[in-house]
Write a protein that binds this ligand. Structure first.
Ligand SMILES: [Zn+2]
Length: 109
């Protein structure tokens, strides 16, 4: 596996884990109908940007182990492709040889 592609996949898996904790946070304001500040799930380990969206959107992205929710344009086009474009976020799908990394690290699989 190409080291750069692997690093991107591992970073995305880590950000996904962070967001799972955000989404699981019991009670409090996160249970309201309002938007939630998720972290960008792109492959840049230094990215600290946020994606503000609803739990319903997050759950839809999370339904596929290959999908990640990122700030628009935060895409590495050689290892993932854009499957949805919205004003607040894009949805990426992993392609290529690092797919097993994100599938096996999916906390919901
Ligand atoms: Zn990002």
């Amino acid at each position: 596996v190409d080291p750069r592609a692997e690093r991107i996949a591992v970073n995305e898996a880590i950000f996904r884990d962070v967001n799972e904790k955000v989404a699981d946070f019991p009670r409090g304001p996160l249970d309201s109908r309002g938007p939630i500040d998720f972290v960008c799930e792109c492959g840049d380990g230094k990215c600290h940007e946020r994606v503000r969206t609803s739990r319903a959107v997050y759950e839809e992205v999370r339904s596929d182990p290959l999908w990640f929710m990122v700030v628009p344009s935060h895409v590495a086009e050689d290892v993932e492709r854009v499957v949805q474009q919205h004003d607040a976020y894009w949805v990426l799908e992993k392609i290529g040889e690092t797919k097993p990394i994100v599938i096996e690290s999916d906390p919901r699989s």
